[in-house]
Structures are given as C-alpha cells and as structure tokens.
Write a new protein. Sequence first.
Length: 205
Amino acid sequence: MKIVFAPNEVLSAPAKPVEKINSQVLKTIEQMKIALNSAKDPEGVGLAAPQIGVPLQIFIAKPNPAGKIMTFINPKIVEIEGLLQSFTRKRKVGADERSEGARLRAKRDKGGRKKKEVQKLEGCLSLKDIWGTVLRSPQVKVSFLDEKGQQQTKVFKDFLATIVQHEYDHLQGILFPKRVLEQKGKLYKSSKDEKGEDLFEEIEL
C-alpha cells in the first residue's frame, strides 16, 4: 500500500469512525505499519489511515526506530496542555520532525561555552520535501481503542505528544501547513546539495 500525496481528496476530508475492528481493519493497520517502516529519507514516525487512501479514524506512531508501533483507533484528544511548544527529533513525524532540517545558531551559556539553539521543523510523508515550524502542546491525554478493541486512555508527552497531534489532525482532514499558517510561521522547501545534504529554502507565503 503506497502513501498518497496532497492534493489527494482523502487527505482533506474528515475520516470516518471504525465501527468494528474486523479482519479488514486489521489488514489496513498492517499495511500502514509496512508503509511506515518502508519510509526512508526521511523516516516516518507516524502515519494516518487517510495517508494510504483509507478514510478511517486510525493512526499509528513509532517515536523510536527500534520501538514498538502504537495503534490508535477512533482516537479523541480529551485533554490538552495549554502551553504550546515544539520539539526536536532526528526523524520525521509522519510524521515529522528531524534535526537535519533544523537551523542551528550558536549561543553562549553562562560559562562562555557555545551551545546550539535549534529551530524545529515538522514535515509530512504526504507532502514531499515540505517543512514548517509548528507549535504543538507538550502534553495530551488521548482516549482510543487498541488493536484488540480495548479502550485506553493515556497521557503522552514531548515528541510522542507532537506525533499524536500531527496524526490526529490528519483524521480531521488537516495537514500541518494549515497549522503553520494559523500560527503565522514559515514553510520551507527542501532539496539536496552535491554532498546529499539537505538544503532548505523558505517558501514565500
């Protein structure tokens, strides 16, 4: 199952609730896992069912390369911390952020040593080579069903909270550039230089 790209209509329409976790739903989840694990340069850390053309309220998250993939069916964000901030990771969120896409600038701490301050960039596997600065809440509480149909309510923090919010947006038909525009942030187009390293050019809005 291939990942679909914008402006495919399935990405801009709200997904439908899963009525029953049957063999077809489980097959869709397995296809999503394969698609996520197959994503390279950048690697994915999350994927929503609409991203493989299936308009159902399902997304998966894998914040760590060697970690287990988490499955969220019919998720609802029931509590969200008010203070927004963004986070750094070396991979892409769905998903979605990566340090190669960050702009670094040197600062000096109190001891006179230089330290790096990173501006985080968020991207999407359905928006090739497009990145943006997005503010996300550092903590969310989510109610959802797991693959066994068991009701779960859990709190997610930091990078995993960012992934959850990004993928939850997908289920509402929202792509991250909309958040960038709402927050009056910046969008970037990436390309490769002669050494294969990433270059980022700001997109005029």
